[in-house]
Each structure stands twice: as C-alpha cells, then as structure tokens.
Design a binder for this molecule. Structure first.
Ligand code: TYM
Length: 352
C-alpha cells in the first residue's frame, strides 16, 4: 500500500513562486509514487478573506493552476475542502481537545491577529492578548483564525496522511497536528490518528524570499512573483528587486537582500549559472543588472509554459467540474471512515 500524502493551498488569490517551490512542485513530483490527495483550502481562506464575490473564482483559479503545474487527476485526488463536510464535523470534535492557550501562542495567529487589529509590531504577547480580548466588534479577531491549526490538523488527520509537503512557514502547524494526534490517541486509548511529517525529498523545507528585502514571499506582503504573471510584468518585478551597493572587497559577506536573489536563483537556474554569479560576487565583478536579467529569464522558462496552460484550464469549466467531483467522492470516502471511527472512540453513538 502506498503511503498517503495530503496537502493544500488556501484560495486567497493566484499562486506565487513561494507556493510553487514550497508546495506545488513537490505535489507534482510525488503524485506517481504516493497515494496523493491535494485540495484547495477554501474554508481556511474564510479566516482572513471572506468575500463571497471572489471565493468561488479563487478556488477555480487554483484548480486551473494545479492542473497547469502538472497535477494529473488520474494519479492524484484533487478536491475542494468545503466539498468534504466530514472535515467540519471532525474539526468541531477535535477542538474539544485543543487548548486556547496553545492556539493563541501560534506564530501565524499572532501575526495575523496583529494585522487584523492594525498593530504595527513590537508589542509584547501580553499586549496583543489584551487587545484581542478587549477589542470592539469592528476590529475583532475571529475565532476561526484562532482555531485555524485545528482545521488544518483535521485536513491531515482525517485522511490519515503520513507525509505533508509544505513550506517552512507551515512547520509549526504540522508540529501542532502531531501533538493533537498524540493527545487524542492517548486520551481515548486508540491509534486512530497517524502523526504526519513534512516532506521535501530529503531536503530542508523551503522558504522562498520576496525580492523587496522583507523576508518571505507572501500575498499579504505584496511582494509576489505569480505563476500567472506575463513576461513584461515578471521582468519588471525582478529588475526592481532590492539590492545593495555591491561588494567593495573580494570575498565580502553577501547582504540578506542579495542573498534573497541568490536563493531564488538556486531554485530556478542551473548550478553553473549560480556559481558564475557567486564567483562574480566574490571577485567584485558582479553587475546586479545582469544577475537580475538572468534570473528573470530562468524564472520565465518555468512560469510561462505554466501560465499558458492556466489560461486554457481556466476556460474549461467542464473539466474542472469533473476533476473536483471525482476528487470529492474519493476524499469523502476516506474522511467518512475516519470520522465514523472518531465518533465511535469518543462514545458518540446513535439510539436508533
Ligand atoms: P498557504 O496557502 O499559505 O500556502 C500554501 C503552501 O505554500 C507554501 N508557501 C511557501 N513556501 C515557501 N516559501 C514561501 N514564501 C511560501 N509561501 C507559501 C506554504 O508553506 C504551503 O505549503 N495552512 C496552509 C494550507 C493548509 C494545509 C492544510 C496545508 C490547510 N490545511 C493541510 C497542508 C495540509 C497554508 O497556509 O497554505
């Protein structure tokens, strides 16, 4: 029996290179060798961007992007989270074993709560907690955001997944998933839930940087290179990347902003190309303009063919409907089994 792989991406907009190198590229590489189940986390999207006009279109976009990147619905199960209502029920049940404190200490919760409250940063955790409890209704931090890790744990546990290919930013959520699984199993004296691990073909999890010097590439950071970007837009974004004055003496340390460019280059260019620019940096002959031009070229080699296919799939409503219908049936089959087992061990039984 093949090991189960489960992963998902929130439907909050188009996919960027962080999503691609942190997750989607591995989805495609894994689909033939594992029992893969990949989904679109539309319920998770509601925690930050509940927009009824956009939600459905965003889900469709990502489905087109999954297919365009090379996911094959004959090999992998592709589904939409809200098509599997068993997830929502198990989410309620698992929440009974999750502490408010551990949820409030989650890094992603604190970051997003800060944004929702319009706090710039620098405040202590105590200050943030006081603001969360004391805020008026206009600036509330919703309970869905707090329990985001429970829902993510359920996505994984309900499919009994062994491997979860995700980027570095999701490691804490995975750690929580393992803790929740262990706790539930110990409390009920069962081995129902499997403890999952991150997977990146033996390499460390990826963190794709932004090109604005701010750290990670992310939608809320506004620094994304998107798979759907056309040639001109993408070149412009890369040429505008933040750098520095350049090395003045041989073998100088590389500044974080320039290291970001090298990191992206390592993901997209050949090892020879990377070495060429590393050497040029070391002997002070580097011209950042040349490096950026090469980087843009190499990124486009990856993204342009995907972009073309995205545009095709976006118009193929019939195919998309077929893929997610079949995916939902398969995903629900496994989810219903796990949910029934969880209800049983918890003592939820019917009288009729
Ligand atoms: P989301 O939508 O934020 O991100 C989707 C995937 O893209 C990866 N990623 C990155 N990887 C490297 N560098 C970056 N700059 C970067 N930005 C995003 C993320 O690590 C992730 O793998 N909570 C998940 C969605 C989710 C999920 C799940 C994932 C819900 N349930 C169950 C796995 C299993 C998330 O935030 O996705």
């Amino acid at each position: 029996m093949k090991e189960v792989v489960l992963s998902g991406i929130r439907s909050t907009g188009n996919l960027h290179l962080g999503n691609y190198f942190g997750a989607l590229k591995n989805f495609v590489r894994m689909q033939d060798d594992y029992d893969c189940r990949f989904f679109i986390a539309d319920l998770h999207a509601l925690t930050t961007t509940p927009d009824p006009k956009l939600l459905h279109a965003n889900v469709k976009n990502i489905l087109a992007e999954y297919l365009a990147a090379g996911l094959n619905p004959e090999h992998a199960t592709i589904f939409v989270q809200s098509d599997v209502p068993e997830i929502s029920e198990l989410y309620l049940l698992l929440n009974m074993h999750v502490g408010i404190g551990e949820l409030m200490r989650t890094v992603s919760f604190k970051d997003k709560a800060r944004k929702m409250l319009g706090i710039s940063g620098g405040e202590s955790d105590d200050d943030i907690e006081k603001q969360i409890i004391g805020t008026d209704s206009n600036k509330r931090v919703n309970a869905g955001l707090l329990t985001y890790p429970t829902l993510m744990a359920v996505d994984i546990l309900i499919q009994k997944a062994h491997k979860v290919p995700v980027g570095k930013d999701q490691e804490q959520h995975l750690e929580m998933t393992r803790r929740f699984a262990r706790r539930f199993n110990a409390f009920y004296g069962t081995d129902l839930f499997v403890e999952p691990t991150n997977f990146n073909f033996g390499s460390a999890p990826v963190k794709v940087p932004g090109l604005d010097g701010s750290g990670k590439m992310g939608k809320s950071e506004g620094n994304c290179l998107y798979l759907i970007d056309d040639e001109k837009t993408l070149r412009k974004k890369v040429m505008r990347a933040v750098t520095d004055e350049g090395p003045k003496v041989p073998n100088s340390p590389v500044s974080p902003t320039v290291e970001n460019l090298f990191t992206l280059m390592e993901l997209t260019s050949t090892p020879d190309t990377v070495q060429h620019f590393r050497d040029a940096y070391a002997d002070c002959s580097i011209r950042y303009g040349d490096l950026k031009k090469q980087l843009a070229e190499d990124i486009l080699k990856i993204t342009l063919p995907i972009r073309e296919r995205i545009l095709e799939y976006q118009n193929d409503d019939a195919l998309i409907a077929r893929v997610v219908k079949q995916g939902a049936e398969r995903a629900r089959h496994y989810a219903a089994q796990t949910l029934a087992e969880a209800r049983e061990v918890m003592g939820i039984k019917k009288f009729y």
